[in-house]
Design a protein around this ligand. Structure first.
Ligand code: HPA
Ligand code: ZN
Length: 346
């Protein structure tokens, strides 16, 4: 089905959840420069345009180098608040009803910023968005996989007071950063401790790394969702397992094209994964760096792949069902989606 103006409008208006979003990846160049000025941080780029021009990535690592440089402007609680507030306004505009947001505390604590500064700033903006726009949210702490496991264990200890405590949205852990050469098994101990603590568990796997990393994330880390996971398409047994065990994939189409996982959107395997019965969802990953927010990802995907409106409803429904909210909240959000669908059909 071609992307007609009517289909585009419906995709954009559809209630949906975002389950794969790095909050540091929502820092737009303009905000990076504003925060750099406010905090007197020197940037290695002379202008907003020069920074934007540097966003010509060849692979995951070439992106991560710039992404960590951008995050260096974040110092105060207000910085984390301003960043998160800007994203939640975009989320509201995209009709996101629920967001599960990654953050990378090690990127900040290694610069002397406290865990409290990071979490409190983000949480303040999330509470405000819930009060203002009714968008619910959860936070997921990601360990940086290029660092040693001991750093991750230390980070977990520092974050313990914030998990699942009254009023806090921090419910789980993930694993991100440079995938190749840093397999999930490197973090078996820290994830075992997270499981014992009753935390929700996800990990990036099969973005650039091989299908074996997805098997490892399932077997050793016991992930409940796989972030990216697109390389599962290379492994028949893995496809069958992901479908059977109803493990959702948080796929990020614009990210995959920008980081050269696929040469162009027409080659993206999202539709094949969906047709194989996997619980695929569409997400934006690092929207300030990859050319678009969640609705831009929906539009680019539907423009390039031969999918139907039913596929969009399936993925929106998947996004609510694979989320870490309780069953009553899930029923409410799926009900909202069904109401929207019924209204469209009239
Ligand atoms: N992959 C791995 N690490 C990341 C990503 C990603 O897409 N975005 C931010 N950190
Ligand atoms: Zn990611």
């Amino acid at each position: 089905m071609p992307l007609t103006p009517e289909l585009a409008r419906t995709l954009c208006a559809m209630p949906k959840a975002e389950l794969h979003l790095h909050i540091e990846g929502t820092l737009e160049p303009e905000l990076i420069f504003r925060l750099a000025e406010r905090n007197r941080v020197a940037l290695p780029y002379p202008s907003v345009q020069a920074l934007r021009d540097a966003y010509a990535f060849t692979d995951l690592q070439s992106f991560l180098d710039i992404y960590y440089a951008g995050a260096s402007v974040l110092l105060t609680e207000d910085d984390f608040y301003d960043m998160t507030r800007a994203y939640m306004q975009r989320a509201a505009a995209d009709n996101i009803r629920h967001a599960e947001i990654f953050f990378d505390p090690q990127t900040h604590t290694s610069r002397g910023v406290s865990m409290a500064t990071v979490v409190n700033g983000i949480e303040r903006a999330l509470a405000e968005a819930q009060a203002r726009d009714g968008i619910t949210s959860r936070l997921i702490l990601c360990f940086l996989r290029h660092l040693p496991e001991d750093d991750a264990l230390q980070t977990l200890e520092t974050a313990l007071p914030y998990f699942n405590s009254h009023g806090h949205r921090l419910v789980g852990v993930g694993l991100d950063s440079s995938e190749q050469g840093h397999p999930p098994n490197k973090f078996a101990r820290v994830f075992e401790r997270c499981r014992a603590l009753g935390l929700r568990i996800v990990a990036h796997a099969g973005e650039e790394g091989p299908p074996e990393y997805i098997h490892e994330a399932l077997d050793m880390l016991r992930v409940e969702r796989v972030d990216h996971g697109v390389r599962a398409i290379e492994d028949e047994a893995l496809l069958a397992r992901l479908a059977r065990e109803k493990i959702a994939l948080t796929v990020c189409p614009l990210s995959n094209v920008r980081l050269k996982v696929f040469d162009h959107m027409g080659q993206h395997t999202l539709h094949q994964l969906l047709k194989r019965g996997l619980a695929v969802t569409i997400n934006s990953d690092d929207p300030a760096y990859f050319g678009g927010y969640l609705n831009d990802n929906f539009l680019a995907t539907f423009d390039a792949l031969d999918m139907t409106l039913d596929d969009a409803y399936t993925m929106a429904r998947n996004s609510f069902e694979a989320s870490f909210i309780d069953d009553a909240e899930k029923r409410r959000l799926v009900g909202e989606l069904e109401q929207f669908r019924a209204a469209q059909a009239q």
